[in-house]
Design a protein around this ligand. Sequence first.
Ligand SMILES: [Zn+2]
Length: 231
Amino acid sequence: MYLKRALFSLVLLTVVSCGLKSVEDGFEQNGVHTINTGFVSAFAIPISDSEVILVDSGGEEDAASLKIGLEALGYGLDDVTHVFITHGHKDHVAALELLDSALKVGFAQDEPLIEEKLGKKVVLDLPIDDGERMMVGDVMVEAFHLPGHTPGNATYLINNVMLMGDTAMANEDGSVGVPPEFFSSDALAVKDRIKDLWSRLENRTDDVEWMFFAHTGPLQGTNALKTYSVE
Ligand SMILES: [Zn+2]
C-alpha cells in the first residue's frame, strides 16, 4: 500500500516536471475553496456561517492540513455536513474518519473500494445517481458518473465550478490529460469519459466557469475538454 502510494507520488512528480499545472492552496472561485492537503486537494464550499460541505476529504496523513484549511475559512471539522466523494482512492477518502458527523455522498459502485482502502465497512449515507441534483442549503450539487479511473468515479458541479477529482488533470499549457494509467481501473475508459463529459456539457458551457482538479491547479471554462475531445 505504502509502496503504491510512494510510486504514485513518484509518477506524479515525474509528470509534474513534464508540465502539470501547479496547485495554489486557498485558490477560490464562486465560493469553492481549494484546501491543498499536500498530495491531493480537498475543496470546501461554505453553506452557512456554521455549515460547510467538502468534495473529497484528503488522505489520513494530510488530515492536519484539512483541519487548518477549514479553520482558515472559519469552520471546524464538526461543521462539515456533507462530503461528496469523487472516488474511493485512499488519498481522497482516508480523512473521512475525522468527519463522523458528515453525510457521505457518492456513487455506490465505489463502496467496496472505500471499504478496502479504509479497512472497514463503509455505507454511503446518500448514494447519488448519475445526473442527480442535490440541494444542500441553497447550494445545488449536480453529479456526473464517469466510470474509468474507478467504477464509481464522479465529478460534481457546484456554483458553476466542476470538481473533476481524478477524472482528468490540468497541464501548464491549459490542456487536460489523464491521470497516470497505472492508477486507473480502466485506463482506456478514462479517455472516453472525458469525451463523454464534454458531450454532456457542450450545449451548456455557461454552466461551467471553472474546472478544479484534485492533483493539479484549475482551468477556466471547458475549452480544454473540447480540445481533448475533438482531437
Ligand atoms: Zn484516484
